[in-house]
Design a protein around this ligand. Structure first.
Ligand code: DAK
Length: 257
């Protein structure tokens, strides 16, 4: 599926989704969020796709949820619309997602980047949760994910003041994986995604789930679950192939089985 608001391209085993509402700095309307999430769900089931890159292109990632669509809403209307359900669906995507962030990643834009598994940022990327400046607070995970990523005291400053922070700061604080020149951000994210796409897909899926447990569950539980996944992989052909190829000093050929 391809909508005007979302461009979908394939680079081998990597799907690249580009937010495409440049006239409003890729403001995340409900329909755009729906397009992103439903496309990710579709790609999650498509066998030839092994990783996804989400970007806004080289100028802007996203300046937040579409303020026009929310300005006159009542609390009841916001609750009834159940926007969070769309975002929750993104949490269930099992394939790895790399965000390629250029320019502003503010509010829902920052939350969308943080909903991905890795973030490659360009030198001009600017992050922030400015909701406080328009009378609200983050509503799609910003207070939770930003705090887990950069720590309570920094998150408190940015969420309560609405200040923005740079790609370099985000790198130092562990929110982003790499900072690269603007024109290379998508390329770099695709290259990371391609590398991951070349790894055994079942192991990649279980590894993603296990790393997420480190954030979501208590350590003892996470260690038990990790071990279960580790054992499970001995039932895959790719484990046999990976270890055999190592011993035979050749490159493994993974089949996703
Ligand atoms: N929504 C709608 N339009 C936006 C927008 C946004 N978030 N951001 C920018 N635009 C529009 C501007 O209105 C302008 O449109 P025209 O005036 O040309 O018609 C056009 O994009 C260009 O913007 P500017 O003229 O303002 O451009 P500048 O370079 O001067 O400034 C800026 C760029 C990013 C600093 C500025 O546009 C800005 O401050 N934008 C708003 C940033 C912001 O406050 N973001 C947070 C929005 S609240 C939830 C899920 C998500 C959320 C909440 C709940 N649930 C699941 C429950 C998320 C909430 C938010 O993100």
């Amino acid at each position: 599926m391809e909508t005007k608001e979302l461009i979908v391209e394939r680079k081998g085993a990597v799907a690249v989704l580009t937010l495409n509402r440049p006239e409003v700095l890729n403001a995340l309307s409900d329909s755009l969020v729906e397009a992103v999430v439903s496309e990710m769900e579709r790609l999650d089931k498509e066998e030839g796709v092994r990783a996804v890159v989400l970007t806004g292109g080289s100028k802007v990632f996203a300046a937040g949820a579409d303020i026009k669509g929310m300005a006159d809403a009542t609390s009841q209307e916001m609750q009834k619309s159940d926007r969070l359900a769309k975002w929750e669906r993104m949490r269930k995507i099992s394939k790895p997602i790399v965000a390629a962030v250029s320019g502003f990643a503010l509010g829902g834009g920052c939350e969308m980047a943080m909903s991905c598994d890795m973030i490659v940022a360009s030198e001009n990327a600017v992050f922030g949760q400015p909701e406080i400046l328009i009378g609200v607070i983050p509503g799609a995970g910003g207070t939770q994910r930003l705090t887990r990523a950069i720590g309570k005291y920094r998150a408190m400053e940015f969420v309560l003041s609405g200040r923005r922070f740079s790609a370099q700061q985000a790198l130092e604080w562990g929110l982003v994986n790499h900072v690269v020149p603007n024109e290379l951000v998508v390329e770099e994210a695709v290259s990371l995604a391609e590398e991951i796409a070349s790894r055994p897909p079942i192991a990649v899926r279980l590894a993603k789930e296990a790393v997420n447990w480190a954030v979501d569950v208590e350590l003892g539980e996470g260690l038990v679950k990790e071990r279960q996944h580790f054992y499970k992989l001995f039932d895959t052909e790719d484990q046999k192939e990976g270890m055999k190829a190592f011993l035979e000093k050749r490159k493994p050929v993974f089949k996703g089985k």
